[in-house]
Design a protein around this ligand. Sequence first.
Ligand code: SAH
Length: 196
Amino acid sequence: SDIGSQKERVVTEEEWLQKWEMGNIGFHKEQGHPLLQKYLDVLLNGRSGLRIFFPLCGKAVEMKWLADMGHNVVGVEVSEQALKDFFSEHSLPYFEEPVPEISGGKMFQSTSGNISLYCCSIYDLSSSIVGKFDGVWDRGALVAVNPCDRQRYASLMINLMEKNSSYLLVTVSYDPNKHKGPPFYVPESEIKSLFG
Ligand code: SAH
C-alpha cells in the first residue's frame, strides 16, 4: 500500500530513447498480450470499424492485430526507432509527415491508412490533433508514466475518449519497496481516483 519510494522517481524521455537504442526493451511482447485476447469483446462491445488508441505504444504487435480486424489504430511513442521497427517488422509500407501543431512532431502512417503512429510526447497530443477514440488499450502506459504525471495523463486520456468508449488497463501488482520501476505500482485506489 505504501508507494512512497516510487513517488519521486522520474524516467526521462532521453532514458526511454536510450533503452530503445540499447535494445533494453524487455517490456516488448513478441507474441502480443494474452489479456487483450481475453478481453477483446469488452473492448469492442460488438462494434466494428472503431478508432482505437495505443498510448505509449512502443512497437506493440496488438496494433497490427486490431488493424487486421478492420479497426483504425492510432498510437503515440517518443521513440522513432520503435515506430520504424514496428512497420518494418510487420513488412508494412508507411510514409512519414510532420505534425504542424507539434514542434518536432512526426506522424508515421501505413500506406493503407489504418495505422497512424505519432512520434512525440503524449503530453503534446490533444483531441484537436488526434480526435477522440472508441477504445483504448493501456498496457505499459499508465504504469510507465512517471508517478508525478499520472493526473495529467489520466485527464488527457479521459479527454480523448468518446462517450461510449471502452478502456482496457493492464497494471502490475508488486511490493513497490522492492523494485523501483517502471513498471510502477499503481494501487487500485489510485486508479479509482484517477479515472472515477
Ligand atoms: N505499450 C508498449 C510499450 C510499453 S513501454 C507495449 O506494451 O509494449 C513504455 C513506452 O512508452 C516506451 O516505448 C517509451 O519509449 C514510451 N514513452 C515513455 N514516455 C513517453 C511519453 N511521455 N510519450 C510517449 N511515449 C513515451
